[in-house]
Design a protein around this ligand. Structure first.
Ligand code: PEP
Length: 251
């Protein structure tokens, strides 16, 4: 049985107090399971509270939603990797579609972030995915490959083993319209081939994200090329998320 990763992206939700309350409730509803690990990506101001709340659970990791590649400097509003690390983060999302398409993050910037995270010993969770016009034009594989190669440019094969990839079609994020399991699996396979071409040793986890919920998670995870899910909306309440992380993960 393959290992599965369930990652929760809280986006701009959950204050300090709400993060603590969420964690207490989630912990009361779940137990660690073999072959399953959990990630939470709270807003940066709630990182410390979330890290502390989940400290006793070795199966739970906490990361930042975004980081800057520079360790310090005049970058108002940004979170550096040392700052995130000091708050207890052990990884970060990179190139989430909202960073790319709302805030204008470029492919080259994602590459700098991935390399800086790896150099600091943190796990980058690199997000890639096409927009609807790109899918309709038959450019999904080309766009995903371009984002993947740019995000991983200059990363050594040994370091590739420390990266997690998330395929998140932009048109599926927060829309209630998920990719079909077979469409997602086809893209995952393309990503796997590209990773092999980069010299990746072994199996790099590739998650699917985009309107995952309790009704579709089992069918998605039934695809052997999906190693887990990255979830926004459906991870925001502890009861619903506790239910989802129990689906598809055997003991
Ligand atoms: C996300 O934020 O990465 C995401 C996939 O959101 P949602 O699950 O709400 O589509």
């Amino acid at each position: 049985m393959r290992d599965l990763i369930y990652a929760a992206n809280w986006k701009m939700n959950h204050s300090l107090a709400e993060s603590r309350a969420y964690a207490a409730r989630f912990l009361s509803l779940t137990e660690p399971r073999t072959n399953r690990s959990l990630w939470f990506f709270p807003p940066s101001v709630s990182l410390v509270a979330t890290v502390e709340a989940f400290e006793a659970r070795a199966d739970i990791r906490v990361g930042a939603q975004d980081v800057h590649w520079e360790p310090k400097g005049a970058f108002t509003g940004a979170t550096s990797i040392p700052l995130a690390q000091g708050a207890g983060a052990v990884g970060a999302l990179v190139g989430h579609s909202e960073r790319r398409h709302v805030f204008g993050e470029t492919d080259a910037e994602t590459g700098r972030k991935v390399k800086a995270l790896l150099a600091a010993g943190l796990t980058p969770l690199l997000c890639v995915g096409e927009k609807i016009d790109e899918r309709d034009a038959g450019r999904t594989d080309a766009v995903v490959k371009r984002q993947l190669l740019a995000g991983l440019e200059g990363v050594t094969p040994a370091d590739l083993a420390r990266v997690i990839i998330a395929y998140e079609p932009v048109w599926a994020i927060g829309t209630g319209r998920n990719a079909t399991p077979s469409d997602a699996a086809a893209v995952h396979l393309g990503i796997r081939v590209a990773l092999k071409g980069l010299g990746a040793p072994g199996r790099i986890p590739i998650l699917y994200g985009g309107s995952v919920n309790r009704g579709n998670v089992l069918a998605l995870l039934a695809e052997p090329d999906l190693d887990g899910v990255l979830v926004g909306g459906a991870s925001l309440d502890p009861e619903g998320w506790a239910e989802i992380v129990g689906i598809g993960a055997g003991d």
